[in-house]
Write a protein that binds this ligand. Structure first.
Ligand SMILES: NC(=O)c1ccc[n+]([C@@H]2O[C@H](COP(=O)([O-])OP(=O)(O)OC[C@H]3O[C@@H](n4cnc5c(N)ncnc54)[C@H](OP(=O)(O)O)[C@@H]3O)[C@@H](O)[C@H]2O)c1
Length: 321
């Protein structure tokens, strides 16, 4: 079972369905990645912040060693954490992340958030997280996005990343970045589900030739796992009558309908599952088509409800204000 691909603005092809690595336990991550490759996944969405890049790399290495895939068959994604935005930190941290994965280039390296935090030496704490002291002190750095983006561009020059992208950026900041970018962002990764549709941001990305990857496609589900009240108080999308009616019609699961709503509208998805059955199901989301009225009905559930908002978990950093 292979995923279709999306052609990026630099000519590279990116699998439309990938596997997200956030909250994949260190103890199971290598096996999960290996099994996901056996299942047919070719794109893995990692990050410094997920704290499992070494284990993900071990899963990849095993699959390559056993001849299941070659490195060039895979599309490996990682992200620049906020603490490494200062221009002199971008290349060293990317190099460390490549070493952790055991590879010599990323297919895509993304600025995780448009927020520059004060540098934390990886010897002190890795991954550093949001707080400078590892407890409650969030400290900003003076790095601008322009400075960081120029350092990201040099990763492409040095062949450490084939493509570079952005995540959690809003429209005005994207327009600004495009004024100075010599290498345009190939992708924009955003929270996107029926409770947070962001149609104008999608229109902007389309107009600028930036492919969009949806994260947290199941809405509250990922954040219920974290015990967040906002997620627990929100009606579960899997049981929403609009979704269940459509899922019955197509004999697909609610998860598959949610992923198809995104993929049919041209977005890439990167669902995460720690369960083999669900992981298989999530890859199988491009072989049926919803009616346009059904796509609209799902989009109509929009509540402008964002779960991954630093303001909620830090009490500061109003980046989506
Ligand atoms: N750029 C960013 O700032 C950012 C932020 C968040 C996420 N991401 C990326 O996006 C990826 C996906 O987002 P996410 O991890 O937030 O959430 P998600 O994939 O939307 O949802 C994961 C949750 O849904 C459950 N699940 C998965 N497949 C299912 C299925 N077929 N049926 C029922 N339940 C299912 C999972 O449980 P089980 O594991 O038990 O199946 C887990 O509780 C992340 O792993 C990460 O790579 C990026």
């Amino acid at each position: 079972m292979a995923s279709p691909t999306i052609k990026l603005n630099n000519g590279y092809e990116m699998p439309q369905v990938g596997f997200g690595l956030w909250k994949v336990d260190n103890t199971t991550c290598a096996d999960t990645v290996y099994n996901a490759i056996l299942t047919g996944y070719r794109l893995f969405d990692g990050a410094c912040d997920y704290g499992n890049e070494m284990e993900a790399g071990q899963g990849v290495a095993r699959a390559i060693k056993e001849g299941i895939v070659k490195r060039e068959d895979l599309f490996l994604v990682s992200k620049l954490w906020n603490s490494f935005h200062d221009k002199e930190q971008v290349e060293p941290i990317c190099k460390k992340q490549l070493e952790d994965w055991g590879i010599d280039y990323f297919d895509l390296f993304i600025v995780h958030f448009p927020v520059a935090l004060k540098y934390v030496d990886p010897q002190v704490r890795y991954p550093p997280g949001w707080q400078y002291d590892g407890k409650d002190d969030v400290q900003l750095s003076n790095a601008t996005i322009q400075e960081t983006w120029q350092a990201m561009e040099s990763l492409v020059e040095k062949k450490m990343a084939k493509s570079i992208g952005i995540s959690n950026f809003q429209g005005a900041l994207i327009l600004d970045l495009l004024r100075y970018a010599k290498v345009r962002p190939a992708t924009l990764q955003i929270e996107h589900h029926p409770y947070l549709v962001q149609p104008t941001l999608l229109q902007l990305a389309k107009a600028e030739g930036i492919a969009v990857t949806a994260y947290s496609s199941f809405g509250p589900q990922s954040f219920i796992e974290l015990g967040w009240d906002k997620a627990k108080e929100t009606p579960v999308l899997f049981e929403h009558p609009v979704i269940t009616t459509i899922s019955k019609k197509y004999t697909k699961t609610s998860a598959q309908v949610l992923l198809r709503w995104a993929t049919q509208r041209g977005l890439a998805v990167i669902p995460k599952s720690n369960n083999q059955t669900r992981l298989e199901q999530n890859l199988n989301v491009t072989d049926f088509d919803l009616d346009p009225s059904e796509l609209d009905a799902i989009s109509g559930l929009d509540r402008h409800l964002r779960f991954n908002n630093p303001t909620d978990y830090l009490g500061t950093l109003h980046i989506f204000a």
